[in-house]
Write a new protein. Sequence first.
Length: 476
Amino acid sequence: MNGTQGAQKVVVIGGGPGGAEAALAGAQLGADVTLIERVGVGGSAVLTDVVPSKSLIATAESAAAIRDANALGVQFFVRGDAGRAHKPEVAVNLRAVNQRLLSLAAQQSEDMKTELQAAGVTIVQGHGRLEDDRRVVVSTAPDGTDFDEFEPDTIIVSVGASPRMLPSAMPDGERILTWKQLYGLEKTPEHLIVVGSGVTGAEFASAYSHIGAKVTLVSSRDRVLPGEDADAATVIEEVFKRQGMNVMSKSRAESVERTEDGVVVTLTDGSTVEGSHCLMAVGSVPNTEGIGLESAGVKVTGSGHIEVNRVARTNRPNIYAVGDCSNVLPLASVASMQGRTAMYHSMGDAVNPISLRAVTSNIFTQPEIATVGWMQKDIEEGIASGDIHVVHLAQNPRAKMMGIEDGFVKLFARKGSGTVIGGVIVSPKASELIYPLAIAFENRLTVDMVAKTFPVYPSLTGSIADAARALHRIVE
């Protein structure tokens, strides 16, 4: 065993956002921290999920901006042989895009590794598992023959999750793909069929539509993004259809098979959809098999997720679990917060138990959907008591200047007190605009307090102030 004499010994299994943040926090607090990671610091979130996917989406946004520039009076032309102007096509070099985003992901991983090592974290490349609730065994050789063993005071499990695979639609990495396999494509798919209309499916459907692929989105539900604010999801579906996307609602995929030059998706009603490629976006499963949870006596749910409390502690006092392998929201921001909370708690530092209501989430479609706090359905069902006001971006002067036609700000205030209890923003860069509402929710600000804050004029955030001012009449 390695370590500093007398320091609390911590082993973190998995170097994703949660594990890396836990390791960094522990080192900063003086613990002797060992981080075990199989593929690279940052885990799948950095290497094959969040960082590359959002980089692809940024490219799609740029392509869309060029195509839409004509509405703002910006025109692109090239001169033909006869001197006449021709409007050029917007082309996306997917091979170059994928090379760039994978390079960005690798660099982010390396930056995280450098920061951890500078803080004093020992990084071990290998596969870690629990021998029991006090021992961690690490296989450091590819053939699994070399082992190292640790007996830490605290164990933090952060092994993440992987794409869910269906026996009737097994990915081959070429035509039938998971979201981890998209970055090996050399060319933009001629016709991409996306199975699954949740967050992942909607994001990739939006991105590939903008970079030039014909897209069919197969949704088993009444609408896309069934777990989101209904008005927000309606806006996104309308935008998808206006872009030419084929949205197939109430259509469940039975199987996906590869053909000679593409794929065929068979639906449960017997009908089929043919395309060049298929992306399976039907959820994820935690990477908790084979890591010794049963030997350690750690409780898991029926889906294999590790049960944790609000400080990320399992039923074993010295074992914590963070990130997508735990039974908490599968968001990188939540994983990071869990990691810090777990480490602080294990070392006796003061912690605030995580409140999932305070978590901001964002869907990176175009436009984006950002949310925080209670939802409208909670108010409508009587779970929360609140008033609602919506300001459409079509009324916002800055939105008009920018050519934004779709989106809104929706604000929820508690009846009587006027305290901000939640909000939804549908807009370009909604992920940046939601932060004021998150601060208001976390600090229990009233709509009057928000309304008294000066927004820039003109600005998209002005619609937040407008919504707050409108609710003043209701709560007065």
